[in-house]
Design a protein around this ligand. Structure first.
Ligand code: SF4
Length: 429
């Protein structure tokens, strides 16, 4: 029985992908081992054939050793077109291989290659701002055991990203790849991570005009989040990673020693009360702690009006856990179905923001393809459509370049310099 597109996405995360020996990936997005390393795979787009969602982005693991045993093989026809073959039953799934954007090859005015500033991970731009996470500087290191940020920042991506590098890269990605959202993350920076991120957020909102998300280690002074909200941040996410306290302590020794798990939960609660429903997320890794803990965490996050962002654990090359096994498909399918169900039960407007498709996780709305059909399902899908329609002009306004309001002006900056170029949008973005 063939899998639907969300099931295939989950199975690719769990089993990885092999590449046909004759396959040429010239022109495809190159593998970008940046940030925590989760983008270490090949970017693909899976058509769904469903009215619920037309396509799903996935970053399929190809370099990790477990992928060498995958039943999935990517093929390409010389005349164009790609498909994944499941060698267990011969089934073929049509896929798109998105092209690498031209701006990856350009440099910022400081001479920094733009692909070393930010990378596309699905249809959005991901940028690690700030210095390398300080958990990597301890002796012995206190880094999270699944993470490779300490190997990537300064190696595969620029260690020093000035505000103008980020602004110019965002501008290029908006104009040429049609992005609507940039996600900034920063690792642990003591009590100054929020402060360090502020100039980037301010400049992007004022000079580019994008939806901006920030993923920063929690800080005790929650008024700093109020400041980010005043600056116009659209999304805040907190990487609690594990709900089981023992797994949290075991896999995230720095977070355990310096921060503790509770501050992640308190930060989610605080920000979810101050931001629109669904603007905050709690990030979890599935496949290490007991599944019951993950399901409990998903429920906890959704009950706060936030949405769960759930990564399938990837034993990334270079991480302390690189020799660990990836999780089982059946369990991950159950987790992702639970994500959708929790969002439905708590009326979280998932998928309301325009064109934000994340390739390194199963988006909560991808998981609509896993849900049983019934009155509750259709009622929620109707609500999501309504939320999208109501939110569209709000997001459009928030995507205009906007300087902070001075007395006597409306704060808006004319858009002409950053409007997408006709025909410049990538075919898959
Ligand atoms: S906090 Fe953990 S996951 Fe985040 S960058 Fe630091 S080591 Fe990596």
């Amino acid at each position: 029985m063939p899998l639907n597109a969300c099931e295939l996405e989950i199975d690719l995360f769990c089993r990885g992908l092999r590449l046909d020996g004759d396959l040429s990936l010239e022109g495809a997005r190159s593998i970008a081992r940046t940030r925590a390393g989760l983008g270490s795979g090949l970017e693909l787009v899976l058509p769904t054939g469903s009215w619920l969602k037309q396509r799903i982005w996935v970053n399929a693991p190809v370099e990790e050793p477990f992928a060498a045993a995958s039943p999935y093989v990517l093929h390409g026809a010389p005349a164009g077109g790609h498909w994944i073959e499941d060698t267990r039953d011969g089934h073929r799934y049509a896929v798109d291989v998105p092209p690498e954007p031209a701006w990856y090859a350009r440099t910022t005015s400081r001479g920094i290659p733009m692909h070393r500033v930010g990378v596309l991970q699905g249809s959005y731009l991901g940028i690690y701002v700030n210095m390398v996470c300080t958990f990597w500087n301890y002796q012995p290191a206190l880094n999270c055991r699944f993470c490779t940020t300490g190997e990537n920042v300064g190696e595969h991506e620029a260690a020093d990203k000035a505000v103008e590098d980020v602004v110019e890269t965002c501008r290029a990605a908006k104009a040429e790849s049609g992005i609507t959202f940039v996600h900034l993350n920063a690792g642990f920076q003591g009590s100054r991570g929020v402060q360090f991120a502020e100039p980037y957020i301010r400049a992007i909102k004022e000079q580019v005009g994008l939806l901006v998300g920030a993923q920063l280690a929690p800080e005790k002074d929650f008024s700093r989040y109020d400041r980010l909200i005043d600056l116009g941040v659209d999304h805040l996410s907190f990487c609690v990673e594990f709900f089981d306290p023992e797994w949290f302590a075991r896999i995230c020794p720095g977070k355990q020693r310096v921060l503790g798990q509770q501050i992640f939960l308190d930060s989610i609660e605080y920000c979810a009360r101050r931001m629109p429903r669904g603007a905050v997320s709690g990030e979890i890794i599935a496949g290490l702690e007991p599944i019951a803990s993950t399901l409990g965490g998903i429920d906890w996050i959704a009950a706060r009006g936030a949405f769960p962002t759930v990564c399938v654990f990837r034993p990334t090359v270079g991480a302390d856990l690189e020799a660990w096994a990836p999780p089982r498909y059946e369990e991950m399918r159950a987790v992702m179905a639970h994500v959708y169900d929790a969002c439905r039960r708590h009326w979280i407007p998932i998928g309301a923001a325009p064109n934000i498709e994340v390739s390194i996780v199963v988006n909560p709305d991808d998981a609509a393809l896993l849900a049983p059909r019934g009155p509750a399902f259709y009622a929620y899908e109707g609500y999501r459509r309504l939320a999208r329609a109501v939110a569209a002009p709000i997001f459009a306004r928030r995507m205009r370049p906007r300087r902070r309001r001075e007395p006597g002006d409306d704060g808006e900056i004319p858009q002409a310099s950053t409007a997408p170029e006709p025909g410049g949008r990538s075919s898959t973005a």
